[in-house]
Write a protein that binds this ligand. Sequence first.
Ligand code: CA
Length: 408
Amino acid sequence: MCRFCLVVLFFTYANFLAHAEASGQEGRIFQEWQINFEKKALLNGITAEVLEKAFKSLKPDLSVLEAAQNQAEFKRAIWDYLDRAVSVKRLKKGKKKYALLKEDLLKIYQTYSVEPEILVAIWGLESSYGEILNNEKIVKNVVRSLSTLAAFDERRANFATAQLIAALKILQNGDIDANHMTGSWAGAMGHTQFIPTTYLQFAVDFDGDSKRNIWHFELDALASAAHYLHQSGWQKDLPWGVEVALPKGFDYFLADKNLKKSLKDWQRLGVKILNEGSIKANTLTKQSAYLYLPSGYQGPAFLLFKNFDVLKRYNNANAYALAIGLISNGLKDKPLVVAEWPRHLKPLDKNEVEVAQRLLTESGFDAGGIDGLVGPKTRRAVRSFQKSKQLVPDGFLTEELLKRLQIE
Ligand code: CA
């Protein structure tokens, strides 16, 4: 049976098999994979001793494949995501944690030049301030998860193999032992959810016990996150972005990541900063910014600075970086979002985006391929289509726009 067919079969029975011992054909595939992987690991400098310990009576964890499958079926509007990410509960708990760790956070700030509220925001969003680390349904053994993905999930096999080798290097370094090296189904570990390669590159020891323990010691994790942002180009004491209001008749083609302008130039175009008082004027004048409309012309607008892109190095999603920015605002009692989200609109899922891309391409608007992902080319194609129909060219793909495309 092909590997893909086996994966499908596993999904079907995953609920029943999740904790059962692997046997029969899947057991053989796993063994075969393990023999090949061990050769690769040895070539990458992993010792036979570490390999033997890590793989001793190791069985695949089929619940990992189920979690990976569920991940693909994702459809949520940005306002729904932000409602959960920037919740009153998360802010309240974050303020308590901030107060509790204030002095240590200040030390981290002095070393890595990243503001405490940004670090607490990342901690809160990544692991609910460490709460999820106690959730047995979410937290899995990293070597077991990554081995399962590497052996059975063809789409993720390369990623999982690289992460697994990095995970074994961590074990070899002695920061943690295999039983305590836990993480998400995809191998994101500890309070700040570092994947093994990120850990190897950026994890630091805050308290000087020579162990980089991001699993059980939040300050090691927070200092590691600060080190990561610092190395990614974080600019100390500068904002990630500001909410703005756009004038009537604004040219929405200007809302493009590749179109950076100074604040003065934006103001000349009639763009107005909301809550200007909450931001030090001198922190804005030196920087260039691009305009971002997360939900089209009917929703909030933001001018984004370099630090926003640095946050995306942590997790490459606009919604994620926006959530971190807003939580950090909330922790300092700065304003959250002023404009209303267009909650009546319905965003598209991956399949629907593919349909839209096909229709756009057929109508002569180059969507840059049909992959179900909304990138700059698809957004530009949507704008051009909107413009040709005298609609506001904001590039935002919704069910309403898909219907319009279907009747053209
Ligand atoms: Ca430590």
